[in-house]
Design a protein around this ligand. Structure first.
Ligand code: C2E
Ligand code: CA
Ligand code: CA
Length: 317
């Protein structure tokens, strides 16, 4: 307990062994450090022994981290947008903005590889601010072209959220591009809520006042306290796609998804299923009265200029 607040901590342990790994003390410690980062990347409360391949991975990591610093300046990053659909009516409720990196030499690099690297430094905040700016400009562009996209959601990292700076970044973007109400959404992972509970609550309350639509991403994979969830101004739960994958035939996954849908509705939130790939998954979700869906079955993430054509050819679910 710190100042009346309950603080949760976890450990990540890296191990290197003398003299098998090295007989140099400095190197031994830096190997343990590398192993610790690997342990942390596996999630909370893990340990990892040093192995030689960690050195290769660390070099690649540094290379990508350096590359990312330039990627923003050199216009190597761009956003793609994936539609989110209201399941009962089939109408478009919004799109999720997802970042892409086209590296001049390495080609296309998946966000699953570079986001964790950006998250280790302030780069993730720069990326968040950049995304907000691009999205603000894009909403105005779509409006001017008569393309009706009700809402655009941006993924925001836990680090950015807990910095308070996010409030200014959102307000600033709204002002510059004249974006009001829930035309802007942000997606936060459940993990973002575990750390700094009271600070996060204040920040979310403030963000919510501007009408920003808040979605809790990858829901079901974290450990959010249900008591805490009800106090937060969350508008939507996004069920992680790992639960959707086998939903058409695995009884346990159906039970989990059903429980999340009931939980969300009871707390006055909408529920969105992500990673919907098949008609069978869609039918099951319909029968469970899930509100929104997103996935390859409806559309893959696409560049901004393709949304117009997609909307023209889209005939509902
Ligand atoms: P996420 O927020 O859970 O995003 C959904 C991911 O699922 C996206 O992968 C999307 O392309 C993929 N997806 C959508 N529909 C389907 C489907 O039907 N089947 C399958 N198998 N996959 C589907 P993507 O774009 O590779 O992004 C991966 C993760 O990277 C995202 O997961 C998010 O955590 C992170 N990310 C992406 N863009 C950003 C960003 O701009 N900022 C931050 N902070 N994180 C981002
Ligand atoms: Ca997301
Ligand atoms: Ca997700």
């Amino acid at each position: 307990m710190l100042g009346g607040l309950q603080i949760y901590t976890s450990v990540g342990i890296g191990l290197s062994v003398y003299p098998d790994d090295t007989d140099q003390m400095q190197t031994l410690v830096s190997y343990a450090d590398l192993a610790m980062y690997r342990a942390k990347s596996k999630g909370h409360n893990n340990f990892h022994y040093y192995t030689d391949d960690l050195n290769t991975v660390a070099c690649e990591w540094m290379e990508l981290e350096n590359g990312m610093r330039y990627a923003l300046q050199r216009n190597e990053l761009f956003l793609v947008y994936q539609p989110q659909i209201h399941l009962p009516t089939g109408r478009l409720v919004g799109v999720e903005a997802l970042v892409r990196w086209r590296h001049p030499e390495k080609g296309f690099i998946s966000p699953d590889r570079f986001i964790p690297i950006a998250e280790q430094s302030q780069l993730i905040i720069k990326l968040g601010i950049w995304c907000l700016g691009v999205v603000g400009r894009q909403i105005k562009k779509w409006d001017a072209e008569g393309v009706h996209v009700p809402r655009v959601s941006v993924n925001i990292s836990a680090k950015h959220l807990s910095s308070r700076q996010i409030i200014d970044d959102i307000n600033c973007m709204r002002k510059i591009y004249n974006i009001d109400g829930d035309r802007l959404g942000i997606e936060l992972t459940e993990h973002a809520l575990i750390e700094n509970v009271s600070t996060i609550q204040l920040i979310l309350d403030e963000i919510n006042q501007s009408g920003t639509f808040l979605s809790l991403d990858d829901f079901g994979t974290g450990y959010s306290s249900l008591g805490y969830l009800k106090q937060l101004p969350v508008n939507e739960l996004k069920i992680d796609r790992s639960f959707i994958h086998d939903i058409a035939d695995a009884a346990s996954d159906i039970a989990i998804v059903k429980a999340i849908i009931v939980l969300g509705k009871t707390l006055g939130m909408t529920v969105c299923a992500e990673g919907v790939e098949t008609i069978e998954q869609l039918s099951t979700l319909k029968s469970l009265e899930c509100d929104h869906i997103q996935g390859y079955l409806i559309a893959k993430p696409m560049p901004a200029d393709e949304i117009k054509n997609w909307l023209a050819s889209y005939s509902g679910v």
